[in-house]
Ligand binder design. Sequence first.
Ligand code: MF3
Ligand code: CO
Length: 248
Amino acid sequence: MIELKTAGQIEKMRAAGRLSKQALELAGSMVREGITTKEIDDAVRKFILSQGGTPSFLGYAGYPASVCLSVNDEVIHGIPGKRVLKNGDIVSVDVGAMVDGWHGDNAWTFAVGEIAPETQKLLDVTRACLDTAISLVKPGVRLGDIGYAIQSLAESHGYGVVREFIGHGIGREMHEGPDVPNYGKPGRGLRLEEGMTIAIEPMINLKGHGVRQLSDGWTVVTASGSVSAHFENTIAVTRDGAEVLTKI
Ligand code: MF3
Ligand code: CO
C-alpha cells in the first residue's frame, strides 16, 4: 500500500529528514584515517537521541547499530565495529532518524584522505545517478523511467547496478511501498503522484553488479571485490517536481 502524505505529514517528515541529514553530516565530519567505525556510530546515536529523535536502524530486524558504515567493497549494511579507517578507503554512511513518528533516511559515500582517481569517478557518477533521478521526479513520471535513467548513466561508465537492494517508500515506516529500483524500462512501472515520499538510493559497483552477503547476516559486499558507492535522499513528490527532505 502506498500512503499519500498530506502537507502536514510532509512537514513532519521534513523534521525527520533534517535530523537524518544532520546525523549524516556529523558522521561525515568524523571520517578520517585512524577512527573506528564504532566511534562514528556511537557519536551519531548520541546526537540523534540528544535532538529528541530515535535512530531508525537500531533494532530494525535486529540490526545492532544506528548507522550502516560500509567500507570499500562493502556495498551496504556494514556493521560498525573495531575496523579502523585508513587513507584511500571509501566509506558509505547510511543513517535514518525517526522524529515524532516519521522517518528520514539518507546516505553518502565519503573518501578517507587520498583515493584513487577511478574511485573518485565512481563516487561522482553515483552521485550524478541520484541527482538525475531526483531531477526527473514529478507526478506522472514512472518508476521505470527513473530506474532506467540511473541504470543507463551507471552502465555508460561500465559500472554495475546492484539489483538485490533497492530504494523504497518511506513515512511512518522506514520501508513502505513503492519499491524504487535503480534499474528499469522506460514507460513501465508505477506512476508517481503528489504526496508520495520515497528514498532513492543508487548502489553502484565499479565492476559487475553481483553482490553477496557476509556470514554476519548483514554486510553486503561486491561479488567482484571491487569498490562500491551509495548515495541516498528521502524526497517528497510535489505538485510539479520533488522536494528533498533530507536537507538542512
Ligand atoms: N538505509 C537502509 C535502507 O535504505 C536501511 C538500513 S537497514 C537496517 O534500506 F536494517 F540496517 F536498518
Ligand atoms: Co533507504
